[in-house]
Design a protein around this ligand. Sequence first.
Ligand code: ATP
Ligand code: MG
Length: 435
Amino acid sequence: MIQAAIISTGDELTTGRTTDTNAGFIADRLLGLGIDVVAVLTVGDRPERLRWAWSEALRLAEVVIATGGLGPTADDLTTETVAALLGRPLVHDAAVAERIRELFRLFNRPMPENNLKQAAFPEGAVIVPNPLGTAPGYRMEVGSAEDRRHLVVLPGVPREMKPMLTETVLPWLAELAGAARVGHRTFQTFGISESGLDEVIAGIPGEGRWSFRANFPEVSVRVVVRGDDVERRLEAFGREVYARLGQYIYGEGDTSMERVVGALLAARGVTVAFAESCTGGLVSHRLTNVPGSSAYYRGGVNAYANAVKEALLGVPSALLEAEGAVSEAVAGAMAEGARRALGSDLAVGVTGIAGPDGGTAEKPVGTVCFGLAAADRPTVTRRYQLWGNREWVKLLASQIALDWVRRHLLALPLLEIGPRGAGPAEAKRESVAPS
Ligand code: ATP
Ligand code: MG
């Protein structure tokens, strides 16, 4: 298996002023090609540290991908360092220089001479075009046939680096890695914890490399398969995963809960509305982030105050008084009221205590109630104990509301959430675990 190292350069990274998002992005794409990332090295803009990082990386890995330090200023040292380390002279590229001049002409700005520094490359470098900036990247092969090293140098600006990686570098690496013999699938899940997933996945037979990524409030599971019969084996893994985790998997690959819910609503020709209290419109916001949402989204009522729940959603004041605003009965009444007021096929009501204040012994912070009203069945309600700070409770509640729509449309069972938001497997284990 090919091993890679990633170098992130810049004082802004070592001082914590900028978070290194490049390394994660690159690592994720490499994993998708079945390339193993053995190290991520982060160094500031100092020649001796850059030299250290490059020598270590080249010692550790066959492929080295670096970002940053390609700019025109004196602290941009990557190219000089690489050339010196490899003992290669810098060669001026006339075509790149002309493009840089042209870009400056296009923006009607005089070009500082030091910009031409970006047109110098170590001898033997192959240019990686930069569609969105002045500094192109490059790649090089060094070493003998038995001890080959592949170097890739890209700019630090994420917006420029990403398309260069995706459009030019990855196809070339795929060939290098023998992509035909590597494949992967990523399953997006919600409602089951990482450890719960791990337990389930551990029982799946067959040769594949599984990895989990928690991105609150969801967890994605990826399997990478290499060798013969990649397609067939991925299909077999998919069958197993769906058989064991079906209801928790809302999609595959690059998607989101709101996109999946939007697509389902569109496909079924079902319209939806929301009555939101503690989420303050977040559910509506997320669903309307999906292009084309006008086909199924009727609208939402942000009923934060009790008076609004009564006036706009027709929640009876007696009910609010008897049960409290955060109750299953009120969540149900809110959903029914939204359906009536907004004329949708389906409506979800959300009411809860996001905190940090407002909790009681009976209804602690994180108590959130949901209701779903539909034409063809009695209103369903449920109370969950969510966790985390205010922002997390709101985000999680919005996710549950969307998942309720998904589950309703697919006739799946109601979401079960155990202690600290785990799925059923985790809930069981926690309840028997000694403290
Ligand atoms: P340029 O031609 O734009 O100068 P460069 O290759 O010199 O490109 P840097 O100057 O190192 O790139 O970085 C430019 C900006 O990109 C930095 O200010 C930083 O905000 C961002 N950046 C650099 N490296 C990273 C990284 N690893 N992760 C996220 N952002 C980064
Ligand atoms: Mg820099």
